[in-house]
Design a protein around this ligand. Structure first.
Ligand SMILES: Cc1cc2nc3c(=O)[nH]c(=O)nc-3n(C[C@H](O)[C@H](O)[C@H](O)COP(=O)(O)OP(=O)(O)OC[C@H]3O[C@@H](n4cnc5c(N)ncnc54)[C@H](O)[C@@H]3O)c2cc1C
Length: 428
């Protein structure tokens, strides 16, 4: 078949790769000049180098993405730094590490050995996790993460120290709004799985190079082509006047709705368009800092205390990612960056640098900052709230599929969900 894929984010690239390996003739249309969508390489004039549009991490539980990389022939060890789960606060107030024991003992041992929590708090956490396991990770419908935690006697210290940062990092949605059921899925696939599932994988290459560019190497690709019009024909679908047998629309909901609204209308298509309109979005910011010299912190990834709600939550020292490389880049991640967005940029950058400097001072003095780049992705992910209707990849039109992290993946807006949806759309 002759198949078009619209959008070269992780969902579109996964779909294109799968279609190609199945012997179909694939054309990819991408509106921007780059491959990778919301997880891509950019050039930063301020830093004078390439970097990513935002610091990303993957989990060992991202089995489908990791499997796909293997299929493409890419070695994991040269592209990703895999480490056991080690949630360590930069200021030393908290640490939770996974122990190398069979599941679920690794989780229990990790919880019991956590630093910064009282025995009663550890007991409450262990009891809550045990309840989730017994429930097979199913929570009552319509609950937010905060409501669920409060129902299970997780006190405010525990929530602020552990659950809140984990929820915002995993779902990019504040704990008062985030969907408890999706959060339970995240816990099931990471903490509740085998110890490898909770390992973190930090990219060592830029995000476009990680696998999307190699995957699209032999595929017809039109960069800078923003598709304007889809039309159904007797033999398939026309895309801006070009004829295909089928198409996968792998754009975010707003753009997907724009393309799909011109197709013949049915009650099911009206519902689909209404579902696409109902998504709301939350920004993520990354502050990249170029230091005067490599920092060489003992850990590549450290948790920051963001009690005031507009600072960074995670610090990534790229010199610790590649020991001995002399790398001078540092990334600070600000999820749920709604408040940060409203601040004056220079002021926000200075405040985050000060936050990082203060919270790491007992580890190793931070070298002077030579340059900075604050990137705010306004529609980084959809708000993962209870009751959100997420469409399946099938559509009311038999020659059209949709794909993206926002489809009904069972995950919040994450890379693994995007890849899974792309593969599923290609399969169907
Ligand atoms: C700053 C940031 C940090 C993140 N951190 C993490 C993380 O640590 N871990 C994690 O798992 N996830 C993270 N995410 C989420 C992750 O990046 C997304 O889930 C994933 O990239 C979504 O991929 P996608 O293919 O579904 O959509 P997209 O990446 O949005 O791809 C859609 C593509 O369609 C193109 N397009 C749109 N309209 C058209 C058109 N009309 N014609 C042609 N092309 C079009 C767009 O240009 C885009 O390239 C983060 C996201 C951001 C922004």
């Amino acid at each position: 078949m002759k198949v078009a894929v619209i959008g070269a984010g992780w969902a579109g690239c996964a779909a294109a790769w799968r279609l190609k390996t199945q012997g179909h003739q694939v054309s990819v249309f991408e509106a921007s000049r780059h491959i990778g969508g919301r997880a891509r390489r950019i050039h930063s004039p301020n830093l004078g180098r390439d970097t990513d549009n935002g610091q990303h991490i993957m989990l060992g539980a991202y089995s489908v993405t990791l499997g796909l990389m293997g299929e493409i022939g890419l070695s994991e060890s040269s592209r990703l730094l895999r480490q056991d789960l080690d949630v360590m606060a930069a200021d030393g107030r908290f640490r939770l590490r996974n122990r190398s024991l069979p599941a679920p003992l690794h989780l229990l041992a990790g919880l019991l050995g956590a630093q910064g929590l009282s025995w009663s708090q550890k007991y409450k956490m262990a009891r809550f996790c045990r309840w989730l396991m017994k429930q097979q990770w199913r929570t009552p419908a319509g609950l937010t993460v905060l409501q669920l935690l409060e129902q299970h006697q997780q006190d405010s210290h525990l929530i602020r120290l552990f659950w809140q940062p984990l929820c915002v990092a995993a779902m990019n949605t504040p704990i008062e709004q985030a969907c408890a059921q999706l959060f339970a899925h995240v816990l099931r696939d990471s903490l509740g799985g085998l110890p490898q599932a909770s390992q973190t994988l930090i990219p060592l290459t830029d995000l476009s190079q990680l696998w999307c560019e190699p995957a699209l190497r032999d595929i017809q690709l039109q960069l800078g082509h923003r598709v304007q019009r889809l039309e159904l024909t007797e033999s398939g679908v026309q895309i801006d006047g070009l004829q295909f047998d089928a198409a996968i629309v792998a754009c975010p909901p707003v753009q997907a709705a724009r393309l799909l609204q011109s197709l013949p209308s049915t009650p099911a298509s009206e519902q689909l368009l209404a579902d696409l309109e109902a998504f709301t979005y939350i920004p993520i910011a990354t502050l990249y800092l170029e230091l005067e010299q490599a920092w060489n912190l003992p850990h590549a990834m450290l948790m920051l205390d963001d009690t005031n709600g507009s600072g960074g939550q995670w610090l990534f020292d790229h010199s610790a990612l590649k020991p001995g490389s002399g790398e001078t880049l540092v990334g600070v991640v600000i999820s749920d960056a709604v408040r940060l967005q409203a601040l004056d940029r220079e002021h926000a950058i200075a405040a985050i640098i000060e936050q990082v400097r203060t919270q790491t001072q007992h580890l190793k003095a931070m070298p002077a900052v030579r340059a900075s780049e604050l990137i705010i992705e306004k529609r980084a992910t959809f708000a993962a709230i209870p009751g959100l209707r997420r469409p399946a990849v099938t559509t009311p039109w038999s020659t059209i599929r949709i794909a993206g992290d926002w489809t009904d993946t069972g995950y919040p807006g994450v890379l693994e969900g995007a890849v899974r949806s792309g593969l599923k759309a290609a399969h169907l």
